[in-house]
Design a protein. Structure first.
Length: 157
């Protein structure tokens, strides 16, 4: 079942420390055909707290999609990706690396860690917005997702 056919907004977790990029993504998702609820984690630690329902995130929903920047404070995006894809319950959440890096090393590492796709952020704001809308449309309208099952927090040690 895809998100659009579920009749509810897509739950998107954006892991991004750039206020400008957050604003562009919020603008891109506003007024689109597929409704979305965007949650923002400003660093890798906050992202994992959200996913594991720790700290102030006890009632956080399980996201349908994760947009992950690689260059983050406190816990790097590569580390976050590794944790998510090693977790039996989180690894099925589609995770898109959306970052400025077009380094071959970063691309290979992301796919080795089982990222679902890797997209380099465009510099031009109009292209940036078009990319975000395409991501949302593809993952919300065309992709069949696994059931949204969720345990209550608790990271593995």
């Amino acid at each position: 079942m895809n998100i659009r056919s579920m009749g509810r907004p897509a739950q998107i977790l954006l892991v991004e420390d750039s206020p400008q990029d957050v604003q562009l993504i919020e603008n891109a998702l506003t007024g689109t055909v597929v409704r979305s609820t965007l949650y923002v984690a400003r660093d890798g630690v906050e992202a994992l707290d959200f996913l594991y329902r720790e700290g102030g995130y006890a009632n956080a929903p399980r996201p349908d999609l994760i947009l992950l920047d690689l260059n983050l404070p406190r816990k790097d995006g590569r580390e976050v990706l590794a944790v998510i894809k090693a977790d039996e319950e989180l690894k099925r959440i589609p995770l898109i690396v959306f970052t400025v890096s077009n380094s071959e090393e970063d691309i290979i590492k992301a796919y080795d860690l089982h990222a679902n796709c890797y997209i380099t952020k465009p510099v031009d704001p109009d292209s940036f917005i078009a990319h975000v809308r395409s991501i949302q449309d593809f993952w919300s309208s065309w992709v069949e997702l696994p059931p949204n099952r969720r345990r209550n927090g608790r990271r593995k040690p």
